[in-house]
Ligand binder design. Structure first.
Ligand code: NAP
Ligand code: MG
Length: 498
């Protein structure tokens, strides 16, 4: 493992490219405009990034469409597409230090997490679909004997992937893997805060043999590049991860334009429910703390509402506070850092304003609540509010920062009601020794993912996504392919043969 000094040295000499990647080559936005990409830990400008807009979107869609219709990728055998995707994943792994450094500089994520989580899991997601796609079969329907009805999955065409800044490459990879494996062309629109890794891997995609026009990356603002993709008449699908507010805009864009398919992975306010019979309070408390403080709390499925049964409340909260107090916040390039800065100034202000709102609403601030003294950059202390009521805004609105709201409950019925009293339904945790209680609660929770006696577990084989205003459609697993394919039913009439 490199030292902090070695990482900083590498950061000084790192080549950072801010150009868009269209039809197999890097280029500037047609307007020539750029925006600054800033390191949230130091304030340093890392790159001037192409500010793509509707003109660039239109040009890229034409290339992506031409590549799709040519069949160079869409009609390539699944086995060969798979081989190239595996090669792409191998190249990401081979460049993992460079990519991890780019990710940490771009969004302030601790280097230990970029190296251990973001980059290897991004490679794994792409590899998983590369390895899977030649094992996916069509169907023959059980019609009567005078017909043969074949049901086949066909790629959709041009898919736009609009992604957020909290796990920039990983969220993109959850889309890139299945979109490309299914034979589509893709246009990735990274968040303005975090374009660097998507742009870097574009060259690796080419090197792996993904044809020109099939894989494109368009950095730019949401209101311009994002909206133009959402409204483009020749984009067949948008796969989106981001806020609920912007997710709703994509539904509108699709309705106003060509009824493109939309799938949405949006925000959350996930309850983590700890019953008095939780198997091990230390394990549960550590998981509860990291369930909100991991990645600076910038996690869609963060366990931001901790529901604790009254009998164990005082003792349990004390254990969570102990973890919160020992988290090492600081320089993301220091391998011992556990929490970095908030991604940018406006998100920092948003987090601080929620902390003020929590105090004003009468929640009890138990730890944190301030910017970190002595450090430049957007650093906030791990923050815990106790005696929160579920109607307070810190319990209802997604803060997307290291702020935990602790809520007490008495009975199982109370816990279920509190857990479900939210517009969101992404994920939930349940801690109990009683298997009957575990399944009863899990069945009653309106959430796409439920963790019992664990939190934030994931695997490529298991779907991820939400219900209610956390969105619809699933990333990961073979189910993700459903979003990027359409079913074709072909009927063949069989005449009788003498
Ligand atoms: P965001 O503001 O919704 O942005 C997501 C993407 O949409 C970005 O690429 C953004 O571009 C673009 N966008 C913004 N405004 C747009 C518009 N008017 N039209 C079209 N596109 C637009 O979300 P974020 O702030 O990047 O990320 C945080 C959110 O993502 C949180 O709510 C979090 O819960 C959610 N999230 C969900 C999941 C999940 O799987 N459920 C995973 C991770 C994050 P700009 O960057 O240029 O604004
Ligand atoms: Mg944004």
């Amino acid at each position: 493992m490199k030292t902090v000094a070695e990482w900083h040295q590498q950061a000084q000499t790192l080549a950072v490219n801010g150009q868009a990647f269209i039809n197999g080559s890097y280029c500037s936005a047609a307007s020539g405009k750029t925006f600054d990409c800033v390191d949230p830990a130091s304030g340093r400008v890392l790159a001037h990034v192409a500010a793509c807009d509707a003109a660039d979107v239109d040009r890229t869609v034409r290339f992506a469409r031409a590549a799709f219709e040519s069949g160079v990728w869409s009609r390539m055998s699944p086995a060969e597409r798979g081989r190239r995707l595996v090669r792409f994943a191998d190249l990401i792994d081979r460049h993992s230090e460079e990519l991890a450094l780019l990710e940490s500089l771009d969004v302030g994520k601790p280097i230990r997490d970029s190296l251990a989580v973001d980059i290897p899991l991004a490679a794994k997601a792409i590899r998983w679909y590369g390895e899977a796609i030649d094992k996916v079969y069509g169907e023959i329907a059980p019609t009567d004997s005078s017909t043969m009805a074949l049901i086949k999955r066909e790629p959709i065409g041009v898919v736009a992937a609009v992604v957020p800044w909290n796990f920039p490459l990983l969220m993109a990879a959850w889309k890139i893997g299945p979109v490309l494996a299914a034979g589509n062309s893709i246009i990735v629109k990274p968040a303005e805060q975090s374009p660097l890794t998507a742009l870097r891997v574009a060259a690796l995609a080419s090197e792996a043999g993904i044809p020109d026009g099939v894989f494109n990356v368009l950095p730019g603002y949401g209101e311009t590049a994002g909206q133009a993709l959402g409204r483009h008449p020749d984009v067949d699908a948008v796969t989106f991860t981001g806020s609920t507010e912007v997710g709703k805009l994509f539904l509108r864009y699709a309705g106003d334009s060509n009824m493109k398919r939309v799938s949405l992975e949006c925000g959350g306010k996930s309850p983590n429910i700890v019953f008095k019979d939780a198997p091990d309070l230390d394990t549960a408390a550590t998981a509860a703390a990291w369930g909100i403080f991991y990645n600076q709390g910038e996690v869609c499925n963060a366990g931001s509402r901790l529901l604790v049964q009254r009998e164990i409340h005082d003792e349990f909260v004390e254990r969570v506070l102990q973890v919160a107090r020992t988290i090492k916040v600081g320089d993301p390039l220091d391998p011992s850092t556990e929490m970095g800065p908030i991604v940018d100034r406006s998100q920092l202000e948003r987090v601080l304003s929620y902390i003020e709102a929590g105090k004003a609403e009468g929640a009890q601030l138990r730890v944190g609540g301030e910017r970190l003294a002595g450090l430049q950059g957007n650093f906030v202390q791990p923050t815990v509010f106790d005696t929160v009521s579920n109607t307070m805004c810190i319990a209802q609105e997604e803060i997307f920062g290291p702020v935990l709201s602790v809520i007490q409950f008495d009975t199982t019925a109370d816990a279920i009601a509190l857990a479900n009293e939210t517009q969101y339904g992404l994920a939930a945790g349940v801690w109990t020794r009683d298997i009957n209680n575990a399944f009863h609660v899990s069945n009653a929770l309106k959430a796409g993912v439920v963790w019992v006696n664990c939190f934030d577990k994931g695997d490529m084989s298991v779907p991820f996504g939400g219900v209610k205003q956390s969105g619809f459609g699933r990333d990961k697993s073979l189910h993700a392919l459903e979003k990027y394919t359409d079913l074709k039913s072909t009927w063949v009439h069989l005449s009788s043969v003498d």
